[in-house]
Design a protein around this ligand. Structure first.
Ligand code: BEZ
Length: 222
């Protein structure tokens, strides 16, 4: 199977999760989704990541994003580990993992999503089998993959950045704009190169032309 790229349809699958069995596309429904893998249960960096994702639940919810984790462990281990995540997470703030975690003991879904990296010698279990790497897939309601990320086992992800990209993607889907370096919600945006200056005068009356190819504008959004 060719590797998954931006623009690919996220493969559908059935799985057991900590919140019960799911069929992935049905579970996504009309929401956006973040599917994120982590090397394994009871590992330190992952414990901090899953706690953070739980605490950010309102941020995902208000953007219509469902979050789902996956690692190559079974349901029983997942449930035990969630207790640790909630306990450790409470040192930072109230932490209650409600999002599902897929039990992918046979690595079927990890293989489908190319989440196993046989090349990475730092990321193997005691038997030498590859753990899932730290990947992120942001998937839109049409089930199209809009972002992929792979992080090393040693480095926890930055969920502010993942939410920032979701904000940018959702804004770009609604308005003919792109977002500049280090953009945050509320900052000026870039008028999409396919918008002519005549269209821009109507769509973005306050736009500024810096060069023929670089036009910025404030954008009032709800
Ligand atoms: C961790 O989550 O801490 C981790 C997992 C696998 C390899 C190295 C670190």
């Amino acid at each position: 199977m060719p590797s998954l790229r931006l623009g690919s349809i996220a493969p559908d699958f059935e799985a057991d999760t900590t919140a019960g069995p799911i069929k992935f596309h049905d579970w996504i429904g009309n929401s956006w989704a973040v599917l994120f893998s982590h090397p394994g249960d009871f590992t330190p960096v992952c414990t901090t990541e899953l706690g953070e994702v739980a605490r950010r639940a309102p941020d995902f919810e208000k953007r219509n994003v469902k979050v789902i984790g996956i690692s190559a462990n079974g349901l029983e281990e997942h449930h035990k580990w969630v207790k640790d995540i909630n306990e450790f997470g409470s040192k930072v703030g109230p932490t209650d993992v409600q999002f599902p975690i897929i039990a992918d003991e046979d690595r079927k879904i990890s293989t489908l999503y190319d989440m196993l990296d046989e090349q990475d010698a730092t990321n193997r279990d005691a038997k030498g089998l590859p753990f899932t790497i730290r990947t992120v897939f942001v998937i839109d309601p049409k089930k199209v993959i809009r972002l992929t990320l792979s992080y090393p086992a040693s480095t926890g992800r930055n969920f502010d950045e993942i939410i920032r990209v979701i904000d940018s993607l959702q804004l770009g889907d609604k308005h003919r704009v792109t977002t500049p370096v280090n953009w945050k919600k509320g900052d000026d945006v870039i008028v999409h190169p396919t918008v002519s200056n005549d269209e821009a005068k109507t769509l973005f009356p306050e736009f500024t032309q810096h060069y023929a190819y670089l036009r910025t504008t404030p954008l009032k959004v709800e």
